[in-house]
Design a protein around this ligand. Sequence first.
Ligand code: BG6
Ligand code: MG
Length: 213
Amino acid sequence: MKQLFIFDMDGVLTETSEQHYLAWKETALKIGIEINRELNEKLKGISRMASLSTILEHGNKLNAYSEQEKESLATKKNRLYQEMITHFTKDNLFEGVEELFIKIKSKGAKIAIGSASKNAPMLIQNMGIEKYIDYVVDPDEVKNGKPAPDIFLKASEVLGVKVDDCVGIEDAEAGIEAIKAAGMLAVGIGKRDILSGADILLNHVKEMIDMID
Ligand code: BG6
Ligand code: MG
């Protein structure tokens, strides 16, 4: 059995992908850019500023704003997003997550969170899952975001688990790419057309419970 389970947060443990999307949609509309769910797939897993660049490029406005203006747009998006997740509780955790965490820990394996989001610690606290988590990767502490492997490698280094003994769990194309680049087993949660690089594909994270013996 694998010794370290590195979970993405948004879209794997809780439904925050929708909130990220709605916050970006509103922010983008204010500068005359319309985004749809297809574009949103490209925003999943990538950092706040990388998401903004993708949106500006989509609207042919990549060079229309100064660094300061871009920071301010990203801050606006984050405020909208935080308003949407501030009332999150245990009830927002996807079905089966706590049972899965308890099973992993009962086998002596470790759990890390490998999210690109700077809001992940707040969600962990709001949803009351900190007691199961051995390490949360701080995206500010790694050089490259997903699809680079850094976030996943950081968790394996800090917890001292060889990459062969690690599994990454992701709902985003960039995330699956990052796990594979790290040399780990990749579990994709979602659709085959988006997550074609995953070693194992599931519809829902709760399906992992029966895979652990
Ligand atoms: C990822 C999300 O987990 O975190 C992305 O999938 C998001 O949509 C990224 O842009 C960064 O999140 P935050 O909370 O730091 O803006
Ligand atoms: Mg995700």
